[in-house]
Design a binder for this molecule. Sequence first.
Ligand SMILES: Cc1ncc(COP(=O)(O)O)c(C=O)c1O
Length: 375
Amino acid sequence: MKLFDVYPLFDINIVKGEGCYVFDDKGNKYLDLYGGHAVISVGHSHPYYVSKVTNQLNQLGFYSNSVVNTLQREVAQKLGEQCGYPDYSLFLINSGAEANENAIKLASFHNGRKKVLAFKKAFHGRTSASVSVTDIPAYSAPVNETDHVTFAPFNDIEFVKKELASKAFCAVIIEGIQGVAGIHIPNDNFLKQLREVCTETGTILILDEIQSGYGRSGKFFAHQYADIQADIITVAKGIGNGFPMAGVLINPMFKAVYGQLGTTFGGNHLACAAASAVLDILKEEKLVENARNIGEYLITELKKIPQIKEVRGRGLIIGMEFETPVKELRTKLLFEEKVFTGATGTNVIRLLPPLCLTKELADEFLVRFKKVLSK
Ligand SMILES: Cc1ncc(COP(=O)(O)O)c(C=O)c1O
């Protein structure tokens, strides 16, 4: 059997990781400014993470959601404390799309409404409800077509107010920082007004913090820069540092109903050991603060580079927009300078490094990046 060919691949076989570096099967060492697509939060193969996951696997890898799982409670307790939502509840699943799927269903179960308001260029995942609120037509199959979703222009509060006045929308879903769109930050004032209009119209505010959350922006959640609270927050990517896991954080006003939500694998013992280790390391090594400081430094330095048209971001979620396509630049960075970066669209390079990136490594990246730019 061969693999279903849906990913354009770099011909590199990564076999090992350590901190902010990864290694291929030929022994080449790469600086990882991509974090495996914003997934590596506490660094590759962190010894504490490895020992927690290994110990758990030696004890018990999996049992079902039909029995008490104290590890889930431990994760919920630690997450609540660290993220600033101690009174919310946690529902655990396996991927970002699944998190948004459940968030949207929960909103609709709650107020009985059908419509969802999302934003132009949004990306929320590829399962049915998640892809319906994703503004990328190529990702939707005919079976996903729906008239329940309206896409609002980003940051346009008047448009949103007019739509929500109908009281037909169960939810508004918005990324803490738009990632796939090319790193676009919602205005703090827009988010404040969005919060208000959602409350006034009984619409649930869902913050998708799958890419921008878990400390990446320099606060636990990117929407906390606007000093607002969401009704539901979705998390994935960095939560398990590579272990497939996601979560839905749920306001106490939602009533839990047996059977309404469920999953076989979500919140399994091994995943919880990974998530618990991640939260311990984030706290112990002050990685949210580190993301803020190193991010600020990187953004300041990148803004000095004349070839870049615009630098956008907060903390360690950074987009660099160029006048021309970045494909060749990224390929040179990877193969000649051994640096992994991400891209989005044709002209934007995305930096999503592990949150443990040091100033020395940021400088190392800047040196290699400038070298490629000057070629
Ligand atoms: C903002 C956002 N939402 C949802 C998703 C979907 O997550 P997953 O690929 O784990 O389903 C992603 C993934 O890139 C994302 O960036």
